[in-house]
Design a protein around this ligand. Structure first.
Ligand code: ASP
Length: 282
C-alpha cells in the first residue's frame, strides 16, 4: 500500500495576511509534510497525524498551539481532536489552557474510557499526565488582540490526514479557535464535524466552526464515501449543501483507495500533500 498524507494550515485572510506570511506558511507546510511523510514510513497513520499536527502547533505562524488566537477575555484556549479510522475511536480536548500541544493530550486520552474532556477537567488531566505549564501567547497575537484586528474569523487552524502502509487512516485537527470568541464557545475542531475518520476515509476541516458543525461536515463526507461515493464526489456534494447558508469551510481528506482531495468554499486555504511527490497549495 502506498502511504500518503495531506496537511493544512487553515485559512488566511487576504486583508490581514500579506504575501510574505502566505509564503512563509507555504514553506513551513512543505517542510512539515516532507518530515511527516518520512515519519510515516515507520509509524502508523495515527502516530503520524499527531506528529504532523504537533509540528504545526509548534509553529507560531498558525492558529494552533504556540501563536493561537486570543479570546475575548484575553485568554488562549485550545481545542484539538484525533480519530483513529481503524478502531473508530475519537478523542479530544475542548478549550484547554496553558499546554503546549493539545493534540498530544488528545492522543493520551485515546486510551481512556472518557475520551473528550473540556476546560478545567482537561487541564487537570493534562497536568496529571505530565503536560507542563506552557503559555502559547506570542507578541504578534497580543498586538492583534489589542488592535482587535481579527474579530471576524480565526486564521490558521491546522490538521493532518494520513494513510499508512497497512491501509489505516487517521485524522487530527488543532485550533486556537476563531479569535475574540465568548469564553466557552466550542469550536468544530474537537467534534466529529471538524475531524473524522473510519476505514474508508478521513477528513480534517477548517473555517467557521458554526458552519462546519451545522453541516456535520467531516462525518457527512466520510459517510458518503463509506456508502460508495468517491472522496471528490462526496466533498463536492457536501460543499454544495453549504451554499444554502453561505457556509465558510475548507477540508483535506484521504480515502482508503488512496484518493487525496482538498476543497474550500473560499480560496484562501493553505495546504500541502505528499504522495510520491510534494505538492503545496494556497
Ligand atoms: N474552525 C475553527 C473554529 O471555528 C477556526 C478555523 O478553522 O480557523 O474554531
Amino acid at each position: 500500500m502506498d502511504y500518503k498524507l495531506i496537511i493544512h494550515g487553515g485559512f488566511f485572510s487576504e486583508s490581514h495576511a500579506n504575501q510574505q506570511v502566505k509564503h512563509a506558511k507555504q514553506e513551513t507546510l512543505a517542510e512539515i509534510v516532507q518530515k511527516s511523510h518520512e515519519y510515516l514510513k515507520t509509524h502508523t497513520a495515527l502516530e503520524t497525524s499527531v506528529y504532523a499536527v504537533s509540528l504545526l502547533e509548534d509553529c507560531e505562524l498558525f492558529n494552533a498551539g504556540l501563536g493561537s488566537q486570543i479570546q475575548s477575555d484575553g485568554k488562549i484556549r485550545l481545542s484539538a481532536s484525533l480519530m483513529d479510522g481503524k478502531t473508530e475511536k475519537f478523542s479530544g480536548v475542548i478549550n484547554i489552557e496553558d499546554v503546549k500541544n493539545a493534540i498530544q493530550v488528545s492522543e493520551k486520552l485515546m486510551s481512556e474510557e472518557d475520551r473528550v474532556l473540556s476546560g478545567s477537567g482537561a487541564l487537570e488531566y493534562a497536568r496529571q499526565n505530565g503536560f507542563e505549564y506552557f503559555n502559547p501567547e506570542t507578541p504578534q497575537r497580543r498586538n492583534e488582540y489589542e488592535e482587535k484586528l481579527n474579530a471576524s474569523i480565526g486564521l490558521g487552524t491546522v490538521g493532518c490526514v494520513a494513510l499508512d502502509k497497512v491501509g489505516n487512516i487517521a485524522a487530527a485537527t488543532s485550533t486556537g479557535g476563531k479569535g475574540f470568541e465568548i469564553p466557552g464557545r466550542v469550536s468544530d475542531s474537537a467534534t466529529v464535524a471538524g475531524n473524522f475518520a473510519n476505514a474508508f476515509a478521513g477528513i480534517s476541516c477548517t473555517g467557521v466552526g458554526e458552519d462546519i458543525v451545522s453541516a456535520g461536515l467531516s462525518v457527512k463526507i466520510v459517510t458518503r464515501v463509506t456508502d460508495g461515493m468517491s472522496l471528490e464526489e462526496a466533498s463536492k456534494k457536501s460543499f454544495e449543501e453549504l451554499k444554502s447558508y453561505d457556509g465558510f469551510a475548507g477540508i483535506i481528506g484521504i480515502s482508503s483507495t488512496g484518493e487525496m482531495y482538498h476543497c474550500d468554499s473560499h480560496p484562501y486555504m493553505v495546504w500541502a500533500s505528499y504522495d510520491k511527490e510534494l505538492s503545496v497549495f494556497a
